[in-house]
Write a protein of this length. Structure first.
Length: 282
């Protein structure tokens, strides 16, 4: 260790749990666990840190690890301080960060008290109609049902009967016990790439999905049953239900920004050109 980094580590304290010893006022101010330069790690800084340890030995290991980690952090800070550029304004950064924390906390309270968080279906529909071109799909999406079964399955004919009858519940009941993989939820849009990833590319391509309807694909080991309920291609406008949640979030965020803007204007009108608030630009 370089001599310029004076590091003091007190092992005595690590051998005694906090419950076993009380320090006098003088000891509390004069004894420390570690030191890096002019920064100290005191007993108070780690009070209760190893209280959940199962044994004194565990306490020692936990506390020693904490102290060593603290020393490494402080050494890194010292190293960083030595490489700060001359135009680095730490005071301004601290002040800006403090202001941002205060502002964030205030805005969150303001939003909780005053923001209307109810977004109706009619509002979502209106936004969708006015802005749907902003949500052009970057990939195709599909609603589908899917089942993968071993070709040698004895009850395969029974499954095919249920599949032909399009009885989703009966198919799902069968698949729970006998399918290698299945997806019977038909109410949700999903990326077409998800379906294409679970069926061999030699058996299913995106062009097949555009046809919609049921299809059966086969390879040497498995049969793949696919039912395309609906399909929307890449670069098309997505259906409302696919982006409904996203639109609701946008509407709420717009309201939030408008609330903040309105609050700023109220404060501006109230305090501008008072003794504490003035502009020196005519």
């Amino acid at each position: 260790m370089k001599s310029s980094f004076v590091i003091i580590f007190s092992t005595a304290y690590l051998l005694i749990t906090p419950a076993c010893k009380k320090f006098s006022s003088q000891e509390e101010t004069s004894n420390h666990l570690a030191k890096v330069g002019d920064k100290f790690l005191s007993y108070n800084d780690i009070e209760g840190y190893a209280s959940g340890a199962n044994s004194p030995q565990d306490s020692i290991a936990i506390l020693k690890g904490y102290v060593n980690s603290w020393i490494k952090d402080q050494l890194l800070v010292r190293e960083a301080e030595q490489h700060i550029s001359e135009d680095f304004n730490i005071e301004k950064l601290v002040q800006d960060y403090k202001s941002s924390l205060i502002l964030y906390n205030y805005v969150e309270e303001l939003v909780a008290k005053e923001l209307d968080t109810i977004v109706t279906d009619a509002q979502v529909e209106e936004y969708y109609q006015n802005n749907k071109q902003q949500y052009i799909l970057s990939e195709s999406i599909v609603k589908y049902q899917y089942a993968k079964l071993n070709k040698d399955l004895k009850s395969l004919k029974e499954f095919e009967k249920r599949w032909k009858n399009e009885d989703s519940k009966a198919i799902a009941d069968f698949c729970v016990k006998s399918c290698d993989f299945y997806q019977m939820t038909e109410d949700f849009w999903k990326p077409a790439s998800e379906l294409l990833a679970i069926v061999p590319s030699s058996q299913l391509k995106e062009s097949d999905l555009k046809k919609q309807g049921s299809m059966v694909k086969t390879d040497k080991d498995y049969k793949y049953y696919v039912k395309v309920i609906d399909f929307v291609g890449k670069e098309d406008v997505p259906p409302l239900e696919y982006i409904k949640g996203k639109i609701a979030s946008v509407i709420l965020n717009d309201r939030k920004q408008e609330l903040i803007k309105r609050k700023k204007q109220i404060l501006f009108d109230k305090f501008y050109n008072t003794s504490n608030v003035q502009s020196f630009i005519e």
